[in-house]
Design a protein around this ligand. Structure first.
Ligand code: PAF
Length: 304
């Protein structure tokens, strides 16, 4: 077990330790708040923790730190995913987190994890067709892994409320859907994306970018801002604005761009003014895959 900073969170690694630490709060009927992370924490995570802290008053805030192998595809960055536990614990301490849950893979997946040809027979969450679009189309099986681990973490932590970052918007929509569809009774809220002053959305993967790539990566947020401005002229204008910026961007290999309704569904042909939507982009900058998205408010529909 890692040593927490003084006055920092209690660090637990097993379900028995987690149960023991949370038992008094549960017995007192306090609300439990939860933030699920894979570590490599940054200011975006801190804002989720601060939000949860407010939501549960004097109830415990639990943060999980677990690099979930089942949501990484072959050839993705599981092995090089940053692991920064000491810094993560220091941030949790600063944000007033009460409990960190940092389990081993065996603790979360007692039957093991499928690797190559060795398939483990275990119950998983079927995420539905939304998981095959956007991120899911580029990363087959990703959301099955995400929802399965989040369901496990919900079962272990048994939170009343959780906040997921809107930066991973499809993940937020799917986790919210899972909680509702599987009657998990966890309130799932979305936390605002935190950005650098120049617009880059904070991400644990930004640390892979060279200085040149970091500058090139700004095209993503620039494209999304252009979509927000153009949305007054409808969805097609918003989409054209994103593509216009990205077409001219150096070093950015676009994976997908989408303009959707607020739940990531297709937009109807006629979009009434005032309808809310979402613009999403995924792109590779150097060897780093980045995603970002923004809310849209549609105005006139002269492009339909
Ligand atoms: O967003 C993440 O960091 C991960 O997908 C999550 C929700 C912690 C599940 O592993």
């Amino acid at each position: 077990m890692a040593t927490p900073p003084s006055d920092g969170p209690v660090v637990t690694t097993t379900r028995a330790e987690l149960d023991a630490v949370l038992a008094p709060a549960r017995a007192a009927g306090r609300r439990v708040g939860f933030v699920a992370t894979m570590g490599a924490l940054h200011a975006g995570h801190a804002s989720l923790m601060a939000r949860v802290r407010q939501l549960v008053d004097d109830g415990p805030v639990v943060v999980s730190i677990f690099v979930n192998p089942t949501q990484f595809g072959a050839g993705e960055d599981l092995d090089r995913y940053p692991r920064t536990l000491d810094d993560d614990l220091a941030m949790c301490a600063r944000e007033g987190v009460d409990v960190v849950f940092a389990p081993s893979v065996e603790e979360v997946y007692p039957r093991g994890v499928s690797t190559g040809s060795a398939t483990v027979d275990a119950v998983t969450v079927e995420p539905g067709s939304l998981a095959e679009r956007y991120e899911g189309a580029s990363r087959p099986g990703h959301f099955r892994g995400v929802l399965t681990v989040v369901a496990k973490l919900f079962g272990l932590v048994r939170p009343d409320v959780t906040v997921f970052g809107q930066k991973d918007y499809q993940q937020l929509v799917l986790v919210r859907r899972m909680s509702a569809d599987l009657c998990l009774r966890v309130e799932v809220l979305g936390g605002d994306t935190v950005r650098e002053p120049d617009g880059l959305a904070l991400s644990s993967r930004n640390r892979y970018l060279s200085p040149t790539e970091r500058t090139q990566a700004l095209a993503l947020s620039r494209a999304l801002r252009a979509a927000q401005t153009a949305a007054v002229d409808g969805p097609a204008a918003a989409l054209a604005a994103v593509l216009g910026v990205l077409d001219d961007a150096d070093g950015v290999e676009v994976d997908y761009v989408a303009v959707t309704d607020r739940d990531l569904g297709d937009l109807p042909v006629h979009v009434p003014p005032g309808t809310e939507g979402r613009a999403l982009v995924a792109a590779r900058v150097g060897t780093t895959r980045l995603i970002d998205n923004v809310p849209l408010a549609f105005g006139a529909t002269r492009d339909h």
